[in-house]
Write a protein that binds this ligand. Structure first.
Ligand SMILES: [Mn+2]
Length: 290
């Protein structure tokens, strides 16, 4: 009796949208990657998973409706400060989830984790890859290392030719842009979206027209960093929520095979970045119900 009373009054733990952890029933499996060891500017993204969950429980998610029962949150991967171990663990967990016919939803952590997530994805499916990011993440090397948040996309493309779109970028080197022009199929800079949104949406539609499956990676620093919006590498002239939603509306007509949302940095966030991250995940999942 006493145990029942305690279970009734005491809450177990935080989870994304307050969902449970029933893996077998779920179609979407949430896990966090509390890792920021290669951060080049403001550390703190390792606390991203915790804060996305915290702020997700503050928002009512009418978007999600019945879909909540199809989502399970299994917690975070075991901590490490070694980027190779982090990638190994993200790969193994994603591989298991996708192999079981389910879809991973990954809460970062720094963007480097997408390298392992895409490696697992492309073992099973060949999704179009949509990346929202203020940066191109195409450096050959950055701050003396080859695998970090500013190089991961180049490391991925060197091994695997995939159809990729990068949306919302505005902060990059000459060398990265040159590599992007040669290797990225659709480049929609923040400037181009601000200048002619309709044309950008048309280009996105034609990039997607002959594809069925899509993987979405959202670096939350793609958004405008006003009002202490907490990200590790803030860059002005970002996208608005309404610009993001217009693009996601087009993207989410297709089947989403996985999502990661990265670079929320709670140490300098007033809740904006964490809340937007939770909201964007709920928006994408809700759109899959149709
Ligand atoms: Mn990035």
């Amino acid at each position: 009796m006493q145990n029942n009373l305690l279970r009734f009054y005491l809450k177990n733990r935080l989870s994304l949208f307050g969902v449970g952890e029933d893996y077998d029933r779920a179609e979407y499996i949430v896990f966090g990657v509390p890792f920021d060891s290669t951060t080049s500017f403001i550390p703190g993204a390792r606390f991203g998973p915790l804060f996305i969950r915290l702020f997700s429980e503050n928002i009512d998610h009418p978007n999600l409706g019945e879909l909540s029962f199809k989502i399970a949150d299994l917690g975070d991967i075991i901590s490490t400060v070694d980027v190779k171990w982090m990638l190994k663990r993200v790969f193994r967990v994603s591989d298991k989830i996708i192999g079981d016919g389910k879809k991973p939803i990954i809460l970062g952590g720094e963007h480097t984790l997408t390298l392992a997530s895409l490696k697992a994805q492309t073992k099973y499916v060949q999704p179009r890859i949509i990346i929202f990011d203020a940066h191109l993440d195409l450096h050959s090397e950055f701050m003396d290392t080859r695998i970090n948040h500013a190089t991961w996309l180049r490391r991925f493309l060197e091994k695997k030719k995939s159809k990729v779109a990068v949306i919302g970028y505005r902060d990059f080197s000459k060398e990265e842009l040159q590599y992007a022009v040669e290797n990225i199929d659709l480049l929609l800079s923040s400037d181009r979206i601000q200048h002619d949104q309709e044309k950008a949406l048309d280009e996105l539609s034609s990039f997607l027209h002959d594809s069925n499956e899509i993987y979405i990676s959202i670096d939350i620093d793609v958004m405008e960093p006003t009002n202490r919006f907490g990200v590790s590498n803030p860059s002005p002239n970002g996208l608005t929520l309404s610009q993001m939603i217009k693009m996601l509306k087009i993207i989410c007509r297709k089947k989403i095979t996985g999502i990661d949302i990265v670079e929320v940095n709670p140490l300098i966030d007033m809740g904006g970045a964490a809340s937007y991250a939770a909201y964007l995940i709920s928006y994408i999942l809700a759109s899959q119900q149709i």
